[in-house]
Design a protein. Structure first.
Length: 207
């Protein structure tokens, strides 16, 4: 049986190993982020990485998540930076604003055909797409799961929204309505396509 001093030493070694690994993982993610942003700058359109992030988000978010506030939260920008970026993207013809059908005070952001084409051609950037494409499918799936889990933990710690994929939400009701799924929060129907989109109201199922 171990004495108290050796248990404390063991816990301390494990803690230090864990911190070393956390530092290594943080450094890898930081470098990957830098590479990704560098590639996004080379799209030849004069768009900044934050613009590309906004466009790629709008290409996959659902109808509850396409407001300026949701985009701002997703990219983690300040309100001022975000509204300037939205204005640039609107001026360049990548997105358009439209009033919400039910509440004219709410603004929705929709990609134009030019915006959709830009995302199709530029996100993910080519080199990133090919490097990930060379991974084994199981490794890709494992990496996606691990990164999504890490992101969710960090978002929870920060009290931020999850922005998860709809069909993994605790409010998602599969086949609850004739011919469609249902959102348990809004009670509105959801198509298969919508169930694959990102939602700002997403909540993780209970463990
Ligand atoms: S089920 Fe969850 S993720 Fe899907 S629309 Fe409803 S709140 Fe959003």
């Amino acid at each position: 049986m171990r004495d108290k001093a050796s248990i404390v030493k063991l816990v301390s070694i494990r803690y230090n190993v864990c911190m070393d690994q956390a530092g290594r993982i943080a450094s890898l993610i930081e470098r990957l982020g830098n590479l990704l942003r560098a590639e996004e700058r080379t799209s030849g359109t004069g768009l900044l990485p934050v613009h590309v992030q906004m466009l790629s988000y709008l290409s996959v978010c659902n109808r509850y998540s396409d407001t300026p506030a949701a985009v701002t939260e997703f990219v983690g920008a300040t309100k001022g930076t975000s509204s300037q970026s939205i204005a640039v993207l609107e001026r360049k013809g990548f997105l358009r604003k439209r009033p919400d059908a039910a509440d004219g005070r709410v603004v929705r952001l929709n990609l134009t055909a030019k915006g959709r084409k830009f995302v199709e051609n530029n996100f993910p950037p080519d080199k990133f797409g090919s490097a990930i494409g060379e991974m084994k499918p199981d490794d890709r799936a494992a990496l996606t799961r691990l990164l999504a889990g890490l992101l969710a933990s960090l978002q929870k710690e920060n009290g931020g929204r999850m922005f998860g994929v709809c069909h993994t939400c605790r409010h998602f009701r599969r086949d609850a309505l004739p011919g469609s799924h249902q959102c348990g929060l809004t009670l509105e129907p959801l198509t298969d396509d919508e169930s694959m989109k990102i939602c700002r109201e997403h909540e993780r199922p209970a463990a």
